[in-house]
Ligand binder design. Structure first.
Ligand code: GLU
Length: 405
């Protein structure tokens, strides 16, 4: 029904729609209209959820586990989450120190919404995942974006952190391995950031560890509350089953942090979505407590794909792509393409123009780097099988070769 629009919530009006979803939707629309499109826009594993996890969900339905659970999640799942944090991250937590939400996004959003007030600041190192600054805006607060370029490996340095902290800073958001760059913080780098944070007890830390298991070259994963236990009392360590077990559609995220924060998040969730889907919680329980070989196999596959994609992208004239240490994204500079003209006559004035022309003229969907706070870059999600990736990279290469300037 067409009616004239009414005023929206002021914070919602300030926020942008999700750039990753916008690109996924555009790729889907082109496909629906009959075009052959390869989507390197969606950050989700292409693998099927492991068989034993799917079976656990079917069994949960058969057994009648179809009712509300506790708001913060089933106790059995919270115990499994606590076990995961103890075993893999050396965090000293019990099940009461955990919360389960409908996806990792809800963990982050609820933590911010439970704590932020007008005028508060959240330090967001850029490039950042598109949703962090928008979530901060939705909460009426201000994202203090700190630009972290290629010269620091796309990582926040202690000096930059120290400069960004003000009396209004409520949170620092860390994400390693990073979406969109794949950058991984070492133990030493986290320890150096922790050193700065210890001098500023008013700052909370949100560690988004969703890509924890997608880490390459034999490197080890560290999270800041593990590296500096004195920060644990003011750190929300969050994770989820989406990327580790190819369960993006099941929508299960979880976290651990101080009880006052978890209580506030639970209160918010209790007035909002209540507990996450009971079926998905049973599936997540099977994922966390069952065989873990899936993680090793998918890490191996992503590492091989990374090597292939980085080589192919670097062979495309005008694109330069450093080798990421984790996640499943390549973040390629397209600065040499800016100012050039496509075969269809489009002048590429920004990385958004590059991503749009790649979709329209080469049939490949990517996401422009400026949506992640750093341009001119394009993010390439390489969570597709080898043959499709090779086809996509060769379409990108032909597109770049065909530009005139
Ligand atoms: N995190 C993924 C991405 O960056 C999924 C989409 C989203 O929620 O942004 O593509």
């Amino acid at each position: 029904m067409q009616t004239s629009a009414r005023p929206l919530n002021v914070n919602l009006s300030r926020a942008q729609p999700s750039a990753t979803y916008r690109m996924m939707d555009r790729a889907a629309a082109r496909r629906a209209s009959g075009a052959h499109i390869i989507s390197l826009s969606a950050g989700e594993p292409d693998f099927e959820t492991p068989e034993h996890v799917r079976e656990a969900a079917i069994e949960a339905i058969r057994a009648g586990h179809t009712r509300y659970t506790q708001v913060a999640g089933m106790r059995s799942l919270r115990e499994a989450v606590a076990g995961k944090f103890q075993r893999e991250n050396e965090l000293d937590v019990g099940w009461q120190d955990t919360i389960v939400c409908s996806g990792g996004k809800q963990v982050i959003y609820n933590a911010l919404a439970a704590t932020l007030n007008e005028g508060d600041e959240v330090i967001v190192p850029a490039p950042y995942w598109v949703s962090y600054p928008e979530m901060v805006a939705l909460c009426g607060a201000h994202a203090a974006v700190v630009s972290c370029g290629i010269e620091s490996g796309f990582k926040l340095t202690p000096q930059a952190l120290s400069k960004a902290i003000t009396p209004r800073t409520r949170w620092l958001i860390l994400n390693s391995p990073s979406n969109p760059t794949g950058a991984v913080y070492t133990r030493e780098e986290l320890a150096a950031l922790a050193e700065v944070l210890l001098a500023h007890p008013h700052v909370l830390v949100l560690s988004d560890d969703i890509y924890e298991h997608l880490i390459f070259d034999g490197a080890s994963f560290f999270t800041i509350a593990q590296v500096e236990p004195r920060l644990a009392a003011r750190t929300l360590t969050m994770n989820g089953v989406s990327k580790a077990y190819a369960m993006t559609g099941w929508r299960i995220g979880y976290g651990t942090g101080p009880r006052w924060l978890l209580d506030a998040m639970e209160k918010l969730q209790g007035q909002q979505t209540s507990g996450a889907s009971s079926i998905s919680q049973h599936a997540a329980l099977a994922a966390l407590t069952g065989p873990q070989d899936f993680i090793i196999r998918s890490r191996g596959a992503f590492e091989r794909r990374r090597d292939r994609v980085v080589d192919l992208i670097n062979a495309a004239p005008g694109l330069t792509c450093p080798k990421p240490g984790g996640a499943f994204y390549a973040f390629a500079s397209c600065s040499a393409l800016i100012g050039m003209t496509t075969v269809a006559g489009t002048v590429l004035r920004s990385d958004e123009d590059v991503a749009t022309a790649l979709l329209d003229e080469a049939g490949v969907a990517t996401v422009h780097g400026s949506a992640f706070g750093l341009g001119p870059y394009i993010r390439i999600a390489y969570a597709l099988d080898d043959a499709v990736l090779t086809e996509a990279c060769s379409a990108i290469r032909s597109f770049c070769s065909s530009l005139s300037g």
